[in-house]
Write a protein that binds this ligand. Structure first.
Ligand code: PLP
Length: 395
């Protein structure tokens, strides 16, 4: 969350006072149809034909993407070993099995390891644009085409990030975004799934609304209505996000400007190497990442006065070795409802261990992220640059 102000208060206040919170209500009943409007605006911004706002966050958006693409029991989905656990847990929510792949020196999914992990059971790849850094979508899409795999982009931390000038989320077969409290734009909780394919959209639409059977849209669908979940967004969420979306280009412009200046000033400093980027211009600018020769140097740099660095290996929930429920195959309450015990998944790769992705653990323990805030003044940036340079010199 970066910028929130009176515009959001006004937009949300209008909805609260209207008492029209239900997004499925029609215009005649007084509904402002803020969710519909946000979805149109989000589709236009990302560049997809469809988008669907929902409660349940980016996790729900990933689940709807997977369900929309008919991924389920019997399917393996390749996910990176460095991401929030929800990327993998969404796969289990539709009954499929996540297979972990290494990240490379960009901190993002390693196309070489992805190709090595493909078997006849692989149905999809899930590149995760973590920390606003784009994955190598060129190589990953080429692999997907070669093996006829689906691609679900987890763009939960990457609203407005681009790869080769195209917004992430639009490049694969479906993309998921999160609008939770920690993201670039927010409505507290919430998420959106985007795609071009009409049938994928319709399945996601039905899956996200437990009352789909009774909605006017049900008559217009090209697929039969089935039972899904209850991830419907409220009009309050739609109203807040419409204001947040207006702020997004400005937030990204400021983040990128500050990041570029920092990179320019720090470049060439002794002992400091930036992490390789898959597309420097496309990053959201919310942080600068450095790579060191060893963990001791990374820790010394991160802790140096004024640097405020963080080692990705310390990010806890984002490192696969901390995903205990997945590593120990604990999903849901009943064994029979746990995908790790589904007969259809019997022949898939179900076993994990804490050291199975050693390259990821090594890279994450030698990297440092320094966060950037779009509201920094020039003097804040100058202070940060000075601290980084001094810390590099003293290594
Ligand atoms: C990469 C990634 N994927 C998925 C999610 C899940 O999003 P949410 O918390 O909105 O469900 C997050 C949230 O932090 C995330 O960072």
């Amino acid at each position: 969350m970066y910028r929130v102000g009176n515009e959001e208060v006004k937009a949300v206040g209008k909805i609260i006072l209207s008492k029209q919170y239900f997004r499925m209500a029609d215009k005649k009943s007084g509904c402002f149809q803020e969710c519909d409007k946000f979805e149109k605006e989000w589709s236009k911004y990302i560049g997809t034909k469809h988008s669907l706002l929902m409660s349940g966050g980016g996790t729900a958006a990933l689940i709807c993407a997977l369900a929309g693409l008919e991924i389920g029991p019997g399917d393996e989905v390749i996910v990176p070993a460095y991401t929030f656990m929800a990327s993998a847990s969404a796969v289990l929510c539709v009954g499929a099995i996540p297979v972990l792949a290494e990240v490379d020196d960009t901190l993002m999914l390693d196309p070489i390891d992805v190709e090595k992990k493909i078997t006849k059971n692989t149905k999809a790849i899930m590149p995760v644009h973590l920390c606003g850094l784009p994955c190598d979508m060129g190589k990953l899409m080429a692999i997907a085409r070669k093996y006829k795999l689906l691609v679900i982009e987890d763009a939960c931390q990457a609203s407005g990030v681009t790869y080769n000038g195209v917004k992430v989320g639009k490049i694969g077969h479906a993309g998921a975004f999160s609008f939770n409290y920690f993201k670039t734009i927010t409505c507290g909780e919430g998420g959106a799934v985007v795609m071009d394919n009409k049938k994928v959209f319709e399945r996601a639409l039905v899956y996200h609304d437990s009352g789909a059977n009774f909605r006017p849209f049900a008559k217009k669908l090209s697929i039969p209505v089935f039972l899904g979940m209850q991830f419907r967004a409220s009009e309050i969420m739609g109203a807040m996000l419409r204001v947040q979306l207006k702020r997004l280009p400005g937030i990204l412009k400021d983040l990128r400007r500050l990041k570029n200046k920092l990179v320019e000033e720090v470049s060439g400093s002794r002992n400091l190497t930036f992490i390789r980027s898959n597309d420097e211009k496309g990053e959201n600018g919310a942080g600068v990442h450095f790579q060191f020769e060893n963990e001791a140097a990374a820790r010394k740099f991160a802790k140096a006065p004024g640097v405020g660095g963080m080692l990705p290996i310390d990010s806890g929930k984002h490192v696969y070795s901390n995903w205990d429920p997945i590593l120990e195959n604990r999903v849901g309450v009943k064994k029979a409802a746990n995908p790790y015990f589904f007969p259809a998944n019997k022949k898939l790769r179900l076993k994990y261990n804490k050291v199975m992705c050693p390259k990821t653990l090594d890279i994450l323990s030698r990297a440092v992220r320094v966060g950037i805030n779009p509201d920094w003044k020039e003097k804040d940036l100058a202070k940060k640059i000075k601290a980084i340079k001094i810390a590099g010199e003293s290594l």
